[in-house]
Every structure is written in C-alpha cells, then in structure tokens.
Design a binder for this molecule. Structure first.
Ligand code: LLP
Length: 456
C-alpha cells in the first residue's frame, strides 16, 4: 500500500528504505491505467461511457458512482483467469467490500457466490438472490444468533477458533443439523501489506494456528453437528505479489496431504481474498498470477477450490464525486482545497494513509497546469485529508472532482460523523445511469433516537 504524507513525500509503506519522493501520476497516466474512465473533450470525465458531470448535476455531491459494466468485466476477467489455468474455482465475492444490493445483483448474475461476515451480510446476499449453497460465513466472532441462522440455512461456516468450533457443534447438534465447516488456517505468512489489513501472521486475531489444524480437524470429524469439508485461508488484503499467496497455499497443501494420511476427508480449499489493485503506481497482482499460484500449489490435490475476492472486483468500478467548497490559501505552503466529501464518506486515506487518484470532472479544468495542493474534507479533524501536496490542476470553488478506485471499502465504511448524512449513490450500466441510494434527509440521522421523557 502506498501512503501519502504531508511533507510532500510519498513512500512505500512496507519499504524500510529511506523515504523516496515519487512524482504523482499525471491525469493522462491515471486515465491510461483505467480503461473504464475517459476524459471527453465536451462531456468531461466519463465512467463506462457515462458523463459523471450529469450525475453530479442531478444528484449533487458527495455521491458515489459504481459502473456495472466494469464490475462485469472484472468478474469475467477473474473467471477467465481460472478457466485458462484449467481450475474449477467457486468465486465467493467478499460482501464487505461493497454490500450494495445492486452491486451484489450484478455479481450474482455473473455467477458469484458470497463470503459474508455477519447476519446482515448474509441477509443482503440472499436478498440479492445469491443461493445459500454459494455462501460461506467467515469472521472471527459470530454470535449464537448468527450461527443459528447459518445452521438453519445450511450455510458453510469458516471456523476461526477451537472455541467457535465447540459452540457451533453444540448449537448445530441441538438443532438436529449437520453443518458443513471449513477450518480457517492461520498459516503464519506475512502478506507484505498494510499492518492493519494483514491477517495471516501468528499473533493476528484470525484463523487457527496451522500447527493445531491436524488435531482440530480430526476432532471436528468426531464432534456432533459438524461435517468438516476442508480448509480456508485469507492472509490479508491489497496483496501485491504472488509469493505470500504461494507460501500460504503450499502450507495448506501440506496440511491437506497430512490430514488425508490420517484418514480425514478434505474436499475443499478456500483460498480467501486479498488480490490487490493499483491505486497509484504500485505493483498489483493479476488474476492470472493468482490462478498460477493456486494451480502450482493446489492443482493436483483433487480438491474443490474457492476464492473470496472483494477489492479486486469492485475497487476500480467506483468513484466518489465531490465539489470544491473553497480554496484556502496559505502563506508559504500549498493551498487547502476543501471538498464537500470528507472522512466520514471515504475513510481509507485517514485510516490507512491510502492514496486515491483525484480527477476533475470538467475537461477544461483537466487542461489547467498542475500545482501542489492539500485536498481535505470539512470534518473537524486534521486527519480528514484525501491528499497532501498532490499535483493537481487548479480547482476553483464549485469545480467537481472524482476520487478514484473507491468502489471497495468506500461507501461501506462511511459514517455519519459530524452529522453528515450518507452520500447518494448511482450506478451506470450500458450507457445509462440510475440512482441506487437516495441522499438521506438530515432528519433521518436522529429518527431512531429517543429523548427520555424525564429530560422534558
Ligand atoms: N475474505 C476474508 C475472510 C476477509 O476478511 C476479506 C477482507 C476478504 C475475503 C476480502 O479481501 P479483499 O479481496 O477485498 O482484499 N478496509 C480495508 C480492507 C479490509 C479487508 C478485510 N477483509 C481497506 O479499505 O483496505
């Protein structure tokens, strides 16, 4: 992952090397890397051939826009990569990346199942038409109610601990059911990604220590109410190289062999998500490379394979539209370009120091010479910043911009901090667009709040 700092320096976060100043990609470079975006001489910035200006005019800003054509193209590219590698892989879209029903619907129609981590996500996936036998339930802490829901629906549960396995067994047996489970392995592999989204090292809260898998898998076979079907792994998110995947999958392959040697049945290996995308100019891993790593390590085991991609499918399909409220000049430093979008809308830059491209919507603004600017939101925190010292064309108040690659972990991570209602959402599809979430009236923010009578 790449982080921006307010010293005008952009560094590779994993690199122990001295800070290196990397030039910001130009508008042309940003567009060149994103075939779903184009700058039309009259209509301005387009997503999947739909002018974003028209959407911003109609809905106001901030507004999220998701391109259904991009979603389909990416799903197909992923499926093609597995096909070309002669692998039969069940794709379970990680709903947490973008849980909008319309997004789920598009992916479901392409053939996606779902990876869910809460009853809410499970119900969303079902509401979008995803069959329960194509849903897996992951997550380090599931409530009894959530487990009962999964058991009742026959949904596969990816078990994260011995404690959870015992609880599921008791609940499932009590309901007279036999639940399919996979054990999520913590393979002790460093995914080489941002610390906050690295999940496969011992000491991370996720998965079961790989050394405990043989005994626990055997125990699962003996416990009532459980049918162990295989192993799962997810080493982290925004993984940029094949090596950690290869190491993790090799570890799972060895476990499969060892389990079978002692008589256990292992039908499935769920390889998790984590496939990274290029936000700035960092290395990103192609689905082909992922498929290659899966084939090389797991291809000969005769197991069913599954993956749980989130970000790779949806990140580049989304943009966040925002307007410039004002440009606040400073004496000896770049100006603050204050947008009407904020950290409550898009949290990633504040939370992870994540870098997102920013493009003007208007073709004339795109032609202005670039100068450094700090792009911030109006929320009362210094951390409410989208970009520091970013080379951008001069942006006047009223100018609109698109913050790029926000289709994953964007709207889903929004809050209403500073009493800012959730932004509107639109979807483009084959040249047309429609609203997929109305902008909420501000009163909706306190609709469910209760002022006790005794307060008068
Ligand atoms: N499977 C499991 C069990 C997961 O925990 C995750 C993501 C995925 C699949 C999907 O991973 P992906 O393909 O999207 O990398 N909010 C962070 C990302 C958190 C990822 C959490 N788990 C961000 O904005 O970068």
């Amino acid at each position: 992952m790449v982080a921006g700092t307010c010293t005008g320096i952009v560094t590779l976060m994993q690199s122990a090397a001295p800070l290196v100043r990397l030039p910001d990609p130009t508008i042309d470079e940003l567009l060149a890397g994103r075939p779903n975006l184009s700058m039309h001489a009259v209509s301005g910035l387009m997503l999947d051939d739909v002018p974003l200006r028209g959407i911003a005019d109609a809905l106001g800003t901030p507004a999220w826009v998701t391109g259904a054509d991009t979603l389909r193209a990416r799903y197909r590219a992923l499926a093609d990569a597995f096909r070309e590698a002669a692998l039969d892989v069940s794709v379970h879209y990680a709903v947490k990346a973008n849980d909008h029903l319309a997004v789920l619907r598009v992916l479901q129609a392409e053939g996606a199942g779902a990876d869910v981590v809460s009853a809410g996500e499970l119900r969303r996936a079902m509401a979008a038409g995803i069959e329960t036998d194509r849903i897996v339930f992951s997550g380090v802490g599931k409530s009894d109610d959530e487990l009962r829901l999964a058991i009742g629906l026959g949904v596969q549960v990816n078990i994260e601990s011995a404690e959870e396995m015992a609880r599921l067994s008791a609940l499932s047996a009590g309901m007279g059911r036999v639940s399919p489970i996979a054990l999520r392995v913590n393979p002790d592999i460093d995914a080489g990604t941002h610390d906050k989204i690295s999940t496969g090292r011992l000491g991370d809260k996720f998965g079961i220590d790989h050394r405990d898998i043989p005994s626990l898998y055997e125990e699962a076979g003996r416990l009532p109410g459980l049918r162990p079907v295989g192993l799962a792994v997810h080493i982290g998110s925004q993984v940029g190289s094949a090596a950690p995947f290869r190491r993790a999958f090799s570890r799972l392959a060895s476990l499969v062999v060892a389990l079978r040697e002692t008589g256990s049945v292992v039908e499935l290996v769920d390889c998790g998500g984590g496939l990274g995308v290029c936000y700035r100019d960092e290395d990103s891993l192609s689905p082909r490379a992922l498929a290659g790593a899966m084939r090389a390590t797991l291809g000969k085991l005769g197991v069913r394979l599954a993956v749980e991609p989130g970000r790779w499918l949806v990140a580049p399909a989304g943009v966040l539209l925002a307007s410039v409220l004002l440009v606040k000049c400073q004496r000896d430093a770049p100006p603050f370009v204050v947008l009407d979008a904020a950290m409550n809308d898009l949290l990633r830059p504040s939370l992870y120091g994540a870098w997102h491209g920013i493009l003007p919507l208007s073709p004339s603004a795109a032609l202005c010479p670039a100068a450094p600017a700090h792009v911030v939101g109006p929320v009362c925190e210094t951390g409410d910043s989208f970009a520091c010292d970013r080379l951008l064309p001069a942006l006047a108040p009223g100018e609109r911009v698109a913050i790029l690659d926000t289709g994953a972990y964007g709207a889903v991570m929004s809050s209403t901090y500073n009493a800012r209602p959730p932004a509107a959402q639109a979807m483009t599809d084959r040249g047309r667009w429609g609203v997929i979430r109305n902008r909420q009236p501000v009163e909706a923010l306190w609709r469910d709040e209760i002022v006790p009578d005794w307060l008068g």
